[in-house]
Design a protein around this ligand. Structure first.
Ligand SMILES: CC(C)(COP(=O)(O)OP(=O)(O)OC[C@H]1O[C@@H](n2cnc3c(N)ncnc32)[C@H](O)[C@@H]1OP(=O)(O)O)[C@@H](O)C(=O)NCCC(=O)NCCS
Length: 182
């Protein structure tokens, strides 16, 4: 992806500019730190323990810029968020559907970073042969559900009480959006 420099719509906190670019292996520490900070909240990921850069290397290398990209948002050279695409399901008929995940550093939230990443995904996905995007989100992850709704996603599915988090059974919501054909 050619680097796209985007003006932050609320520039005060993120000090001006958010730049979205392909993630590099050298970004993995920052990516994993942002991810691990969400594990104890039990709001976001079904992982129950923090992960490591080493454990996540194979996952990182499953991505490719021209099919299932992995992007970071950076500000002043610091990674403040990330978004990745992955296969929704392995069967060929689902090739045009991708699952995305995105995470923003706690200190950079509510500044439009996730919105920028998701808008970029919606705009660029058709160029990658993707015509539908889904996000798999816990039913109690209100910030994320709101974010996806805001960006035109609809509730396509509910998998009730399928996650067990510290003894609590939690719903998984499938948020989806069809994209304009390229
Ligand atoms: C969800 C998350 C990605 C939002 O990131 P963000 O950069 O703070 O979001 P933005 O500032 O771009 O907000 C865009 C919209 O999302 C919604 N939103 C974001 N955070 C919200 C919150 N805490 N409460 C309610 N709505 C929220 C709002 O509609 C917001 O639009 P508005 O500011 O015009 O009201 C961030 O909280 C996060 O990283 N959470 C942990 C990871 C996660 O849940 N990922 C999603 C599952 S893969």
């Amino acid at each position: 992806m050619s680097a796209v420099t985007l003006k932050d719509r609320r520039s005060h906190a993120a000090a001006g500019e958010i730049r979205i670019r392909d993630a590099l292996e050298s970004d993995l520490h920052a990516i994993i730190d942002i991810y691990n900070a969400t594990v104890p909240t039990r709001m976001v990921t079904a992982e129950l323990e923090p992960t490591t850069v080493e454990a996540r290397l194979p996952w990182f290398h499953e991505h490719s810029p021209d099919q299932y990209p992995f992007w970071v948002a950076e500000n002043d050279g610091r990674v403040i968020g990330w978004l990745d695409f992955k296969k929704f399901l392995p069967r060929c008929a689902y090739r045009g559907t991708a699952e995305i995940s995105l995470y923003v550093h706690e200190k950079s939230r509510r500044q439009g970073v996730a919105r920028r990443l998701l808008e970029e995904a919606i705009a660029r996905a058709p160029l990658l042969g993707i015509n539908a995007i889904v996000g798999l989100i816990f039913g109690h992850n209100q910030p994320s559900l709101k974010l996806f709704e805001r960006l035109g996603f609809e509730r396509w599915g509910l998998l009730p009480r399928i996650a067990q988090l510290d003894g609590n059974k939690r719903d998984l919501v499938i948020m989806g959006r069809h994209l304009r054909a390229h």
